[in-house]
Design a binder for this molecule. Structure first.
Ligand code: PEP
Ligand code: MN
Length: 267
């Protein structure tokens, strides 16, 4: 994963027909969980309307409590594929287990390995053998080096289409859900050739502050931003308190655009 390996250059990764790691900033958005056809298609249309180019949505959810909503599974994957058909947006979704690879590959354009699985080495090896790109999220107690070594597992199996995602780490601070470690952005851009994604939604966990951290991430050099959006956050089955409403996401896009231009990038 080291930049030296690429002669000091950065690489880019394609998700569907969207390229990440070039001059433009890529926006990914969608609900934490796919909940119903109406919900995912409605939100997908809002994602597209706001100018984002990749749809996110969880079908397999790594919940802290086994009694919390675990995701729609295969049905959720099928609904994501329907939303892609409806909007043309490529889809990223989480894979939690090696047994899910074939199924997820059939419906998704990019695999997400979540924070809780960053060091699930058998899963990393398995997605390393996939034809799909992989977004690897930083574990909540993982160092930057740990993240890079986990990415190495995927590349070592032959899959070079890897995105690194900073999504906040656990610190002594409890006001916010996590502490978004923006230090990781310039460090990763220096150390590795891989594109860097920032998820300010899980990073701060509070809807009203997500846009500020998205802007900060772009200023710090992120190549893409992933946020959660919901049409009815109060009734969301997961992570409602941090989901943006569609109009709030549109405001975020406008703010990100200005900062992107200020740092010589575009949306
Ligand atoms: C998510 O993207 O909804 C998610 C579960 O993220 P993380 O793995 O970063 O907690
Ligand atoms: Mn979530």
């Amino acid at each position: 994963v080291s930049r030296e390996f690429r002669g000091g250059n950065h690489s880019h990764v394609k998700i569907g027909d969207v390229t990440i790691g070039e001059a433009n900033i890529v926006l990914m958005s969608g609900p934490c969980s796919v909940e119903s056809r109406e919900q995912i298609i409605g939100i997908a249309k809002e994602v597209k309307k706001a100018g984002a180019s990749i749809l996110r949505g969880g079908a397999f959810k790594p919940r802290t409590s086994p009694y919390a909503f675990q995701g729609l599974g295969l049905e959720g994957l099928k609904l994501l594929a329907e939303a892609r058909k409806e909007t043309g947006l490529p889809v990223i979704t989480e894979i939690m287990d090696t047994k899910q690879l074939e199924m997820v590959e059939e419906y998704a354009d990019c695999l997400q390995v979540g924070a809780r699985n960053m060091q699930n080495f058998s899963l990393l090896k398995e997605v390393g053998r996939s034809r799909l790109p992989v977004m690897l999220k930083r574990g909540m107690s993982a160092t930057i080096k740990d993240l890079l070594m986990s990415a190495e597992y995927i590349l070592a199996e032959g899959n070079f289409k890897v995105l690194l995602c900073e999504r906040g780490i656990r610190t002594f601070e409890t006001y916010t859900r996590n502490t978004l470690d923006l230090n990781a952005v310039p460090v990763l851009k220096k150390e590795t050739h891989l594109p860097v994604v920032v998820d300010p939604t899980h990073g701060i966990g509070l809807r009203e502050h997500v846009a500020s951290m998205a802007v900060a991430a772009v200023a710090a050099g992120a190549d893409a931003i992933m946020t959660e959006m919901h049409n009815d956050p109060e009734h969301a089955k997961s992570d409602g308190e941090q989901a943006l409403l569609p109009h709030e996401f549109q405001d975020l896009v406008a703010r990100v655009k200005k900062v992107a231009e200020a740092v010589g990038r575009s949306l």
